[in-house]
Ligand binder design. Structure first.
Ligand SMILES: *Cc1c(COP(=O)(O)O)cnc(C)c1O
Length: 401
């Protein structure tokens, strides 16, 4: 299956890291049956999963590879946006440097891309980020299993930092980059989750077009995924999707003849996985990421992407980032046993909590009737859960009860 992008978007350089076909979408039949027992929820909601954890042959496939596809050309270019910075002569990047929480999936994906490109990788892991390490009863295990083990297997140099900048507001990264330069290396810095990178939102803007192309196959000619539920961590996955769907909606509206039924856009809902910062903080960031991607793909960022397009839900963030609390644990086990699908303990389990709540208590259908501007009496609403990966962290959570 192929799909085409509008010209401005299609011209942006992308280095393939994913399989040359879309990541699969499949129904979640057991979950759909379970959640539609509520008589209040008519019409029924059909649930599907898009498997971003099956998107790439590289280690521990997850959502960061899609973002990195648009960043690699910059890494390889001699006038990169985030690489060696000002310099008199162009030098090729030697070392990718990135950071994350101890069990960061992002750092593993960067380490694996470094291998693919023949570069070194340095991953900086912060012990103070989130609650995973604190909650773990065997800290030694948490610090060497799961993603930490995999980053090392991939040949990355793992540096663990005790603090975080909360202690004295110092920036631990600049001295590391300077140290590498002093050794004659040319580091390329990739911020956490690649979200603050100017190109970080493009991968998921493209993914919106991939999803739209898959709708026909999955749902028939006029079917669409009315709701898309996705994790919001650093924010450019949800931001990119918003930008991509806005561009699609614009194209679809231009194509539509005047007599056709009103097209209702797909609604993206970002589920926050950390209670540390308020929802408004994340909404501001996601709006920026969406607008930055929107600009690059040919939209008018201010007019075409508005604060109303950013919908984040902070009710399922649980006790802390990276902490697998009792409710999340139950959700993880439920999905494993009913559906045979494993979600990750940090992000997708919280998205699942959100999806289940939205459907089970009828919030999704209420929202749908508001958007339809009438009471839906029949038919189905389709909701897509984006499985962004991350299961490789699970072994670090083995002892948590
Ligand atoms: C990084 C990550 C996310 C969050 O994506 P952002 O773009 O940072 O919001 C979600 N799920 C998994 C498994 C991740 O590794």
């Amino acid at each position: 299956m192929s799909f085409s992008l509008p010209e401005t978007f299609a011209k942006l350089p992308r280095y393939p890291l994913l399989y040359p076909y879309p990541s699969p979408i499949h129904p979640l039949p057991a979950l759909t049956r379970h959640l539609n027992h509520n008589p209040r929820s008519a019409p029924a909601v059909s649930l599907f999963a898009k498997r971003e954890d099956h998107s790439s042959p590289l280690a521990c496939a997850g959502n960061k590879y899609r973002k990195l596809e648009y960043i690699v050309p910059d890494i390889l270019s001699n006038s990169s946006l985030h690489g060696p910075g000002e310099r008199s002569e162009a030098k090729a990047t030697t070392t990718l440097v990135t950071e994350g929480a101890i069990q960061s999936n992002h750092t593993v994906q960067v380490a694996s891309v470094a291998r693919r490109l023949g570069l070194e990788a340095i991953v900086i892991l912060h012990k103070a980020t989130g609650g995973g390490l604190t909650a773990s009863s065997d800290k030694d295990v948490f610090l060497r299993t799961g993603n930490v083990q995999i980053a090392r297997l991939l040949g990355a140099e793992v540096r663990m930092l005790e603090d975080s900048s909360t202690v004295d507001n110092s920036d631990p990264i600049t001295p590391i980059l300077e140290g590498l330069r002093a050794q004659g290396k040319v580091p390329y810095w990739i911020p956490s989750g690649a979200s603050l990178h100017p190109l970080g939102g493009l991968g998921y803007a493209r993914c919106a077009f991939e999803i739209a192309a898959q709708e026909k196959e999955q749902l028939g000619e006029n079917g669409r995924f009315d709701y898309v539920f996705v994790a919001c961590g650093s924010g450019s996955t949800v931001g990119g999707l918003i930008a991509g769907f806005k561009l699609l909606q614009k194209i679809e509206a231009q194509r539509q003849d005047e007599n056709a039924e009103r097209v209702i856009g797909r609604k993206v809902i970002g589920i926050l996985n950390s209670p540390t910062k308020p929802r408004e903080y994340h909404e501001g960031r996601v709006l920026n990421f969406a607008r930055r991607a929107a600009y690059l793909i040919g939209l008018d960022p201010e007019r075409d992407v508005t604060p109303e397009d950013v919908q984040l839900d902070d009710r399922f963030a649980g006790t802390a980032y990276g902490e697998l609390d009792q409710t999340s644990k139950k959700t993880l086990a439920f999905l494993a046993q009913e559906e045979g699908v494993i979600v990750d303990p940090v992000y997708t389990v919280k998205v699942m909590r959100g999806v289940m709540h939205w459907v089970q208590v009828g919030e999704l259908i209420r929202d749908w009737s508001r958007r339809l501007e009438s009471s839906p009496s029949e038919g189905r609403v389709n909701a897509l859960f984006i499985h962004t990966g991350g299961q490789s962290a699970l072994s670090a959570y083995a002892d948590i009860e």
